[in-house]
Design a binder for this molecule. Sequence first.
Ligand code: GAR
Length: 194
Amino acid sequence: MPKLTGIKNINVAVFISGTGSNFINLIEHSFKKKSKFKIKLVISNNPKAKGLKYAKKYKIKKKIINYKNLKNSEKDILSELDKTNIQIICLAGFMKILTVNFIKRFKGKIINIHPSLLPKYKGLNTHERVLDNNENYSGCTVHYVNSKLDAGKIILQKKVKIFKNDSSEKLSKRILKHEHLLYPRALKKIISSL
Ligand code: GAR
């Protein structure tokens, strides 16, 4: 008989708006032998999000939310999360802000990845602002989501060196590689603390 103690199979939803490289990376990690989670659902506010192709490929349930009315949109998302028994939400390039009420329903169970060394450079156009300020380092951060933008408790962070000839595209590509290492580690860390 296999030993059942310690086995966890956490149902995860990923929220995306665009390319979905973090989404596919989490899917790949979920297939690893020692993985303690399954990606059960993807939510997108953008029907054209490129990342949605991975839902089709891996037969992951997807839900497009039109966001015309915020209250109804979040109601639809919550109903989908309940139906699919989601325990953890990973925001991965999701460009909508969740309301306080939504966050309360999933308190301590929503995490986000942001391409900067938070608390520095919250919000949009991160790499451009970092380069404009001649920073020597940038990086990426996985953090809990609270009611303030990019301000929740930090789970893991990775510092990345900025080079003299960096453009925002080059920097973003380099940081993205680190995001793909950091996000699964952060998810693993919070699952083991559940
Ligand atoms: C990632 O760099 C992520 O850190 C960033 O959007 C990109 C999504 O890429 N998120 C934010 O800026 C959130 N404030 P992906 O769609 O390829 O995963």
